[in-house]
Design a protein around this ligand. Sequence first.
Ligand SMILES: [Zn+2]
Length: 270
Amino acid sequence: MPELPEVETTVRGLASILAGETISRVSVRRADLRRPFPPDLAQALTGARVSGLSRRAKYGLIHTDRARTMVFHLGMSGRWRIDPDEIGKHDHLVLETGNGHVLALNDARRFGSVDLVDDDALDAWAPFAALGPEPLGPGLTAQHLARAFVGRIAAIKLMLLDQRIVAGLGNIYVCEALHRARIHPEREAGTVSLPALKRLVPEIRAVLEESIAAGGSTLRDYARPDGELGYFAKDFLVYGREGDPCACGRPVARVVQGGRSTFFCSVCQK
Ligand SMILES: [Zn+2]
């Protein structure tokens, strides 16, 4: 499933082609993904100039000179393909640029989404309105977490996955950051000290930034030979490593919290 670093890498890869370019042709090749494509999507984008791209949580934003933004979510299996050899049956939206590139949004399971949002309505758009600060932005601080956690008995792991507290932080990155900050994932959030939260915030940023860096910094790195953007393998210290030795020697443990696996070390994390 595309996580925040993959979305960020995808946005950077798309920006290297789309930023400043005109969209010359738009093909909407089926009616819907998770929800219907906007009925006026092709009309709204054809001839528009892309003024920039950005990311909010796990959404990618393609801004245009028409004061409207195309917002995409990759769902479970979504990916953009750049200049594919041929358009396949899972390429549901195809954009062509004025300088001859073809960008295909491919989504076999169709849990993704595409929306058009007026620029002045973006902050209030329902999926964005309740989001907490970006983990890589200035709003995420130890003090922000401390305020959000006051009196909360829920496990810190679950609180960090709450998009209202931090936007777009996925299971992998929460496991890794808690391990690196030596905080037990089952600790009641309200009992985690401010010094521990001050260790945690830079580790959240570091694990995300390392994963983004693993996605490459040039278009040639972003796009695999088949043109697929944004997917890469990174080794993690605890995620997916149940039974493997932690750096301390103790096997990495796994518990299920909120229906999802948590990987941690019971010696290193308190
Ligand atoms: Zn350990």
